[in-house]
Design a protein around this ligand. Structure first.
Ligand SMILES: *Cc1c(COP(=O)(O)O)cnc(C)c1O
Length: 381
């Protein structure tokens, strides 16, 4: 058995090497490095996969969120509701644009935005809500979409961790995550569920006029070359990344299934252990397990992580500091502000290796190691 990693991109590459190598070589030989036919073809293929009218590629997931917010024409101090329990990029772009992040709590079972918390946070200055489909599980969109329609506040979905996942509405209609809000944003960072071999990102929308605006903002505000209508930025997906993504998109469903297989294996192994809460799977979605995240009960997390490391089992805390406690965002948080569920989860979550290449032998090794480490600690208390 090779050393275990949180994500194993080398082994994944080995399996698709001939396809990837040929596609990358073809881009190099064509010398169409920027905005070449690969980028257009990838966007079309992703539109078909997601069932969305427009996919607008850009340079990374953080840019996707930033450009989405720029397209809403907000004014300094306008408020944007986001969870605090997320990767910093979700909130950072809000502050970067001179807007005000308003933090809301998450549900302890789904790790996603709590709708009552969102309702309570809405003010006359609320201009957008950013649900994050954290760890690969879709937020409960029906309620959020209803709220968005009633209050006329657009939703921007942060789909960086959930591409390939689905959401099923109460009426049975099933759609891909990231295609329900006004704009969906994703990242193709290598370790994401659909990752390239560098940086990449995209925005999704069903609105034609908005799609054109997003495209312009990502391209220096121009539609016609050298005629700049809007203040934008330079945010491009390059052709080599698009060529890799076209191939990996064909494998995305198999990759999601492999992640779900690993999650099932973990769930079964940990089901009877009363120190472990395994990830809840909301009935309204297909969870694609960007992370497999446990909640620990009555166990010292640092001791456990150290014990696991000694057994050659990697683990990670996503994320050690929530956004509302980051120094970067201090000016947006009043003294004494707290989010009880976020703060609780922050103290007890631990993620185990999850990726597309885990074998039964490795899963067995990891689950036995985790159970042994927990038993060793439980005996001491
Ligand atoms: C990865 C990630 C991003 C940012 O994507 P980059 O491509 O790294 O800029 C944003 N939000 C979430 C939830 C992420 O996981």
């Amino acid at each position: 058995m090779l050393p275990l990693q949180m994500v194993d991109l080398k082994r994944q590459y080995q399996k698709i090497k001939p396809e990837i190598d040929a596609a990358m070589l073809q881009v190099v030989e064509s010398a169409a490095f920027i905005n070449g036919p690969e980028v257009t073809a990838f966007a079309k293929e992703l539109e078909a996969y997601l069932g969305v009218k427009h996919v607008i590629p850009c340079a990374n997931g953080t840019d996707a969120l930033q450009i989405a917010l720029m397209a809403l024409d907000l004014k300094p101090g306008d408020e944007v509701i986001t969870p605090s329990f997320t990767y910093i990029a979700t909130v950072e772009v809000v502050a970067l644009l001179g807007l005000k992040p308003v933090f809301v709590d998450v549900d302890a079972d789904t790790f996603t935005m709590n709708i009552e918390s969102v309702k309570a946070a809405i003010t006359p200055r609320t201009r957008a809500i950013i649900p994050v489909h954290l760890y690969g599980q879709c937020a409960d969109m029906a309620g959020l979409l209803q709220l968005s329609a009633e209050r006329n506040i657009p939703l921007i979905e942060d789909n960086a961790q959930a591409i390939g996942g689905t959401y099923t509405f109460p009426d049975g209609r099933t759609v891909k995550t990231g295609t329900m809000g006004l704009i969906g944003c994703t990242s193709f960072f290598p370790s994401k569920n659909l990752g390239c071999y560098g940086d990449g990102g995209a925005m999704f929308t069903n609105d034609d006029a908005l799609a054109e605006k997003l495209r312009m903002i990502a391209n220096h505000g121009q539609k016609q070359r050298y005629y700049h209508e809007l203040v934008g930025c330079n945010s491009r997906l390059d052709s080599l990344q698009a060529a890799v993504l076209r191939i990996k998109l064909r494998h995305l469903d198999v990759y999601c299934d492999a992640r779900r297989y690993a999650a099932d294996f973990y769930d079964a192994a940990f089901a009877a252990n009363n120190h472990i809460v395994t990830p809840y799977r909301a009935p309204y979605c297909k969870h694609v397990f960007h992370q497999y995240t446990l909640q620990l009960k009555g166990i010292n997390r640092d001791t456990l992580a150290a014990d696991l490391a000694a057994r050659n089992i990697p683990s990670m805390i996503y994320y050690p500091v929530s956004s509302h406690e980051q120094n970067m965002l201090k000016s947006f948080v009043e003294a004494g502000f707290s989010l009880p569920t976020t703060d609780y989860l922050n103290s007890c979550v631990l993620s185990l290796p999850i990726h597309t290449e885990l074998t039964d032998e490795e899963l067995k090794f990891i689950t036995e190691g985790v159970l042994a480490a927990i038993a060793a600690q439980a005996e001491q208390v």
